[in-house]
Design a protein around this ligand. Structure first.
Ligand code: PFF
Length: 447
């Protein structure tokens, strides 16, 4: 496959994969999930899920992607022509379109907040006014729909320029800057009057808060945050070169992604307690707290603009990566032109994204199993489809793919000795599929 692009530099591989992983999942979804599910207990289960289940599944995706240098469907067929495993690529396509739909709504909120920040609308208000700012904005469906569609349009335009150029350039420059800003915000939050309570909430586990639902929520969050289980990282790994250190890259990506989530928690929870707010506020948590934080920072105007701008780009590198899943599928399985495939991906997300955006306003009474459309898309993709995909991918690599191929990939074609080779294979074969299945069934109340 010499005509496929490859990430030439090591930095490019890590930066692009981190660009996919780091996004709203870390900065928006992690604090709200942790806040809803009891803080410390959630964090511990989340960390276990990342390191014992997430990294092995990520390595499994990398093995499939790099050994075949193809998109998911072709890759799975190449490795095992007559197996039913290619079903996992359909799980990935559906999950990626569902995530793209509701993710674009939140990215739209980020754009509104960026706009507000630029216009000076994020300063000089009271806490209640900030809370109202968010609710009156999200209830006003058409404004959120407009931002959702605008975001999708930008995503569409970037995608039409092809994989490596857009993605690599954007994430290479922006991620380190975002990281520095987060560290500054962390220091600021740690100096707040009730910081200790916030840290206690996040780091001191109260295990009585642990229920099967919390555990499933942590698993879903781990997979969502690492972009796992939907063949996104498989597709990225198909561009890796033979020299890319597979195991080390997976570990570094997981570590960086987790670090960003924890930084975000350290920014949000001390502020939540210091401003006397509720940690279990749900999706609006971060949007209510951040303006308050900016208000306190010297030079708050610039910080807020820089932050929302970078978060916008972090969201974009994530949506680019998830869009790639259905686009490559439309192109390679249905022989569509790349432009049409990109248009179709955008059109589907625009239709469902509009419904998700309106579920905060005119469609708020439309509920399925007690969830609004936005919540349903979020729940089904993260807590059902991604774990399902994760089980299928780890079983495939652990049990079906030729052992030699797996070993060749784990050792980067024999170039490296991997000391943890056996434990890694053990996790891929047993720990990941069994634990994910159990958490999944317990969480859904089946067991
Ligand atoms: N990992 C991204 C985030 O944390 O924001 C979200 C995501 C990207 C999920 C790509 C799935 C995906 F395929």
């Amino acid at each position: 496959m010499s005509n496929r692009a490859q990430f030439v530099t090591k930095m490019g591989v890590i930066a692009a994969t981190v660009g996919s992983a780091v996004g709203l999942g870390n900065i928006w979804r992690f604090p709200y999930e942790a806040g809803l599910h009891g803080g410390g207990a959630f964090l511990i289960v989340y960390l276990l899920c990342v390191f014992l289940l997430g990294i092995p599944v990520m390595i499994a995706e990398f093995v499939i992607g790099r050994s075949t240098h193809s998109n998911a469907l072709t890759a799975l067929k190449k490795l095992k022509p007559d197996s039913h495993i290619s079903a996992v690529s359909y799980v990935g396509i559906v999950a990626s379109l569902m995530i793209l739909s509701f993710y674009s709504v939140v990215a739209g909120w980020i754009m509104e907040y960026l706009y507000q920040a630029l216009m000076g609308g994020l300063s000089g208000h009271t806490a209640e006014e900030y809370a109202t700012l968010f609710s009156s904005f999200t209830v006003n469906g058409w404004r959120t729909v407009m931002w959702t569609l605008l975001f999708l349009l930008i995503n569409f335009m970037v995608l039409r320029r092809g994989v490596e150029k857009g993605i690599e350039r954007l994430s290479n420059v922006l991620m380190p800057v975002l990281f520095v800003i987060l560290v500054v915000f962390c220091i600021n939050s740690l100096m707040m009057p009730r910081a200790a309570e916030g840290l206690n909430f996040l780091f001191n586990p109260d295990f009585t808060a642990l229920t099967p639902k919390v555990v499933l929520g942590a698993l879903g969050q781990a997979f969502f945050s690492l972009s796992l289980g939907l063949t996104c990282l498989l597709t990225y790994a198909s561009y890796f070169s033979d020299r890319t250190p597979l195991v080390r890259s997976a570990t570094v990506v997981a570590l960086l992604d987790t670090l960003v989530a924890i930084l975000s928690g350290i920014i949000i929870f001390p502020a939540v307690f210091s401003f006397g707010m509720e940690p279990a506020a749900g999706p609006k948590l971060v949007f209510q707290i951040l303006p308050e934080i900016f208000q306190q920072l010297p030079g708050g105007y610039l910080w807020s603009v820089a932050f929302f701008l970078l978060l916008f780009f972090a969201s974009l590198t994530s949506t680019i990566s998830m869009s790639e899943i259905s686009i490559t599928y439309f192109v390679e399985a249905h022989k569509m032109s790349r432009n049409r495939a990109t248009g179709l991906n955008t059109a589907i997300a625009a239709a469902f994204g509009t419904l998700c955006a309106l579920s905060f306003g005119v469609l708020s009474d439309l509920k399925v199993a007690g969830l609004t459309l936005f919540e349903l898309f979020d729940y089904v993709s993260s807590n059902v489809l991604l774990p399902l995909g994760g089980v299928m991918l780890s079983v495939f690599v652990g049990w079906i793919v030729d052992k030699k191929v797996v070993e060749e990939q784990l050792t980067d074609y024999g170039a490296r000795r991997i000391t943890l080779l056996r434990p890694i294979r053990f996790c891929i074969r047993y720990v990941a599929p069994v634990s994910i299945s159990l958490i999944f069934l317990y969480g859904l109340g089946v067991l």
